[in-house]
Design a binder for this molecule. Structure first.
Ligand code: UFG
Length: 336
């Protein structure tokens, strides 16, 4: 295996920082570009080449390619909040689609050989069947999903014309934190269920609102496929290895465990791990939430040299809670 130097865009962010750790643990050499709009400099380990800036800044990207001999990219940088994408669609097409165009163009010109892209279950829209297979229709219902799907298409077309291959990993609900406590979700204006529940468990919030109790699901709340962020990071390393070993072939796959859990089941896990119940407030439906999203993951399991290590909701919640306590300790320490 030729472990080529890897650029991680968004490497100071939630999933990107876990991917940096997974790459380093597996012996890859890494550089990071992050504009710190959501990321945090502290979670990038010392010794990793770090560049603060935007991936659409061509001169910066060329400099990083040059200084590190970059031959592969893991591309995480982007905007990720679905409701915000509805209010500010042009921000999403700019940060997710146009910026990716700039990055891919620079990569093609510099002879980068492999691009692994963060995609999302939001590319499917409201799926007609469950679990969702990769070849099912992709009809995104918000600009976030559309902006990511456009980039997938751009990568497919560009990889057919230029000498690189690509992977697009469609994430389901990513949660948890590094089991060793090295990084986690920072959460400026958190919207994700497990992050919010963890914040409530450590006293940063008074309660968790349960958005909708009248869905056509077993307990009336939405069902999602929660995947531990460190398993997802390991899947990225396995996908990069696959791309290196399969020049001329591309990889598009769901990343989930193939198991659905309801909002109430997740909150039960939080209460179990926390010991003290988190206050729940039953609320109305949140706009744009599909009742159920569960990945078919047979392609992931059949293709990559990867098996989940943390496919257990108590584990995911436990690591999320541990990270939330770390953040609390840092905030209250004299130097924090
Ligand atoms: N939820 C609550 N209370 C909260 C937060 C969330 O009840 O305070 C519910 C939501 O209504 C939803 C479930 O918990 O039913 C999960 O919501 P998240 O916000 O954690 O995650 P989403 O399923 O909305 O989002 C995920 C990814 C997105 C992706 C989307 C695809 O995080 O990146 O799936 O629909 F686009």
């Amino acid at each position: 295996m030729n472990k080529v130097p890897v650029l991680v865009t968004g490497g100071a962010g939630y999933i990107g920082s876990h991917a940096v750790l997974a790459l380093l643990d597996a012996g890859w050499v890494v550089a990071v570009i992050d504009d710190l709009s959501n990321g945090t400099r502290d979670v990038v380990p010392p010794g990793v080449g770090f560049y603060e800036g935007n991936i659409a800044a061509r001169a910066l990207v060329e400099r990083v390619f040059d200084e590190h001999g970059i031959r592969a990219i893991m591309h995480f940088a982007g905007s990720i909040v679905v409701p915000e994408s509805v209010e500010k669609p042009l921000k999403y097409y700019s940060n997710n689609t146009l910026a990716s165009h700039a990055l891919i163009s620079a990569a093609v010109d510099a002879g980068v050989k492999h691009i692994l892209f963060s995609s999302t279950a939001a590319t499917y829209g409201v799926p007609a069947r469950m679990p969702i297979e990769e070849d099912d229709p992709k009809v995104p219902i918000n600009p976030y999903g559309a902006s990511k799907l456009m980039t997938e298409r751009m990568l497919a077309d560009a990889s057919a014309a230029y000498p690189f291959n690509f992977g697009a990993l469609r994430y389901f609900n990513v949660a948890g934190a590094d089991p060793q406590g090295r990084t986690g979700q920072i959460g400026r204006g958190s919207t994700h269920l497990i992050k919010i529940a963890a914040e409530a468990a450590v006293g940063k919030r008074d309660h968790v609102a349960v958005f909708g109790t009248d869905y056509p699901t077993p307990d009336g709340t939405c069902v999602r496929d929660y995947v531990h962020v460190s398993d997802l990071a390991d899947a990225h390393v396995a996908a990069l290895e696959w791309l290196v070993e399969h020049p001329g072939e591309n990889l598009v796959m769901n990343c989930g465990y193939g198991q659905g859990l309801s909002v109430l089941e997740v909150l039960d896990a939080v209460d179990r791990i926390n010991g003290v119940p988190v206050r729940r407030v039953m609320a109305g439906r949140r706009a744009g939430d599909p009742p159920e999203l569960v990945a078919a993951n047979s392609r992931l399991l059949a293709t990559l040299d990867w098996r989940p290590k943390h496919a257990d909701i108590d584990r995911i919640v436990g690591d999320a809670l541990q990270w939330e306590r770390t953040l609390l300790d840092r905030a209250s320490s004299p130097t924090g």
